[in-house]
Ligand binder design. Structure first.
Ligand code: GLN
Length: 557
């Protein structure tokens, strides 16, 4: 049997959670034993988001095969078991790159190369590629209906229905039904307009996922159904929820999966969402809080660390804790340890995440020094591992002005330097050490205790590496290299044995954490942070009791 397709489009405004909707539909179908794959089309001209600023685009999600992709792929992996690769995310730029390469090779045999059929054919074959070996392929089209940029994708989607028929294709449109306070009413007009826009390009949606802050009444649903030409049961209340992990449950209450099965003529077993229900129960019933500080430079824009934030949530959920996350602007810590004491004192754990460029580095170094000296659990990811090595070189080994050549090319001590195989490579697109690499873990280390095995595979995205010339000096002073690439070239993990929990990794474990399978590095970091919090609470209590029992000195006359 060949695969069926679900196309997810968005209307009215962006940021309605199309990616989460697609992921949640995938999750529901999997819970019924249906095999899914998911893909996203991004209508911009960049070949991939790898060279874009996180302010523009949010996080760059890295797949095992080293593709730099849209952050929605992170949702797909967290909600389903789909194995994603560079085939699962296409931009207009990459589609055109393919076509132009073909044209230059002469593959079009003298024909005029056009948007229809050449661009649309390329888009359709990308869809068909991910649909091999699964029952259902869920295809998300980025952007909002009406955008000029997304037209070729919409046209390809329209053609897919033409080609494969109603039983094999389904159009899901995510739209907004806002509550207007002045009128005290939910408004359906934006949805009507958005569907009209879709109809004008030949797409009649089958299911409307209506984002709203309250339940849609039967009247509202039938009004939308009537105007938008969909069945009433296909007007879904996609109500705002406090936790994104509740979305599959919200959709299941609204019977989205039953509708999908009905429209696509699919047979499936009953859904089993027990694990998700249990997870959501934990989300809303934590035993305590754990307070983590992320010290970075893009702190004002949470989307730039999407997977990281989720991985921390997963780590907290593993201990039945609620994550309280604070983003601390690294530049604000540059003043020194006093500023750190003031700003970092109340956190149970400190994390320096991945990043590029010089801004904020000195503040990160201060934060790392603070966690090292005050025994606050520390977790450094990629840049956070590199800065941990620099801090150790400077403040423990006395290597003044030690740095990464990324931030100070003239540093006397290049503790971190450019990846040897990248020397001389000036182009920025796709030229980092990317994707999954094996790492060997040393026995008798924190890393080994965390993973419980000697060989792991994690995803990378970096241009600089630890300089082994400094290995002897740093390890003699107490830094432990606990993970390396199998041939010993790259340092992948470092730690401090005389600290309760101080660990850094050159890779990005956040990309592989899932709510139902929290990553061990995040689970143990949160565990250590919670222990630290409890220890501090006990110390505080003891101090208070001591204070209470201290004999009161009476001033002598
Ligand atoms: N800028 C550093 C490098 O390129 C760290 C990269 C990262 O944190 N992802 O090596």
């Amino acid at each position: 049997m060949s695969a069926k397709y679900i196309f997810v489009t968005g209307g009215v405004v962006s940021s309605l959670g199309k990616g989460l909707a697609a992921a949640s539909i995938g999750c529901l179908l999997e819970s019924r034993g249906i095999k899914v794959n998911l893909m996203k089309f991004d209508p911009y001209l960049n070949v991939d988001p790898g060279t874009m600023s996180p302010f523009q685009h949010g996080e760059v999600f890295v797949t095992d095969d080293g593709a730099e992709t849209d952050l929605d792929l992170g949702h797909y992996e967290r909600y389903t078991h789909a194995k994603l690769s560079r085939d699962n995310n296409w931009t207009t730029g990459r589609i055109y790159e393919q076509i132009i390469a073909k044209e230059r090779r002469g593959d079009y045999l003298g024909k005029t190369v056009q948007v229809i059929p050449h661009v649309t054919n390329e888009i359709k074959s990308a869809m068909k590629k991910v649909a091999q070996e699964v029952d259902v392929a869920i295809v998300e089209v980025g952007g909002t209906v009406g955008d000029i940029e997304s037209l070729p994708f919409m046209e390809a989607v329209r053609q897919m229905r033409q080609e494969l028929g109603r039983e094999n294709t389904l159009f899901v449109h995510v739209t907004l039904v806002p509550f207007i306070a002045a009128a005290q009413e939910l408004k359906t007009k934006p949805t009507q307009h958005s569907v009209k826009e879709l109809l004008s390009i030949g797409i009649q949606p089958d299911i409307l996922l209506c984002r709203t802050d309250r339940f849609l009444s039967k009247e509202i649903k039938s009004k939308i159904a009537l105007f938008c030409n969909v069945e009433e049961e296909a007007v879904i209340t996609a109500k705002d929820v406090a936790s994104i992990y509740e979305v599959p449950l919200v959709f299941s209450h609204e019977k989205v999966d039953q509708l999908v099965l009905k429209y696509l003529h699919l047979e499936a077993r009953d859904r089993d969402l027990k694990q998700w229900e249990e997870l959501v129960h934990r989300v809303y019933n934590p035993k305590a809080d754990v307070h983590i500080a992320i010290v970075g430079k893009y702190v004002e824009y949470e989307d730039s660390y999407k997977s990281l934030k989720e991985a921390l949530v997963h780590g907290a959920l593993a201990h039945n804790l609620k994550l309280r996350l604070s983003w601390v602007e690294a530049e604000g810590l540059e003043a020194g340890q006093e500023a750190c004491h003031e700003q970092l004192r109340d956190y149970d754990g400190i994390l320096v995440p991945g990043g590029f460029g010089k801004r904020g580095i000195e503040g990160m170094l201060q934060a790392i020094r603070y966690s090292r000296e005050n025994k606050t659990p520390y977790f450094g990811i990629c840049l956070g591992m590199q800065t941990a090595c620099i801090e150790f070189a400077r403040n423990v080994c006395g290597l003044e002005d030690a740095n990464s050549s990324e931030f100070d090319p003239a540093t006397p001590h290049r503790v971190i330097y450019k990846l040897r195989e990248l020397r001389g490579v000036e182009e920025l697109g796709g030229t980092m050490r990317l994707g999954a690499w094996t790492c060997k873990i040393e026995p008798d280390t924190l890393a080994y205790r965390i993973y419980g095995k000697a060989e792991i595979s994690e995803r990378h995205r970096h241009r600089y590496e630890f300089n082994r010339e400094y290995e002897e000096q740093l390890t003699a002073a107490g830094l432990r290299i606990s993970g390396s690439s199998p041939d010993g070239t790259y340092v992948e993990m470092v730690e401090l044995p005389d600290h309760p929990h101080f660990i850094g990794c050159q890779f990005h474990p956040e990309f592989k954490s899932k709510p139902l399978e929290p990553h061990p590095l995040f689970r143990t970091f949160i565990g250590a942070a919670y222990e630290h919090a409890q220890k501090r609470a006990e110390e505080k209590q003891t101090a208070e009791v001591e204070m209470f029992h201290r004999p009161v000195k009476v001033a002598s006359r």
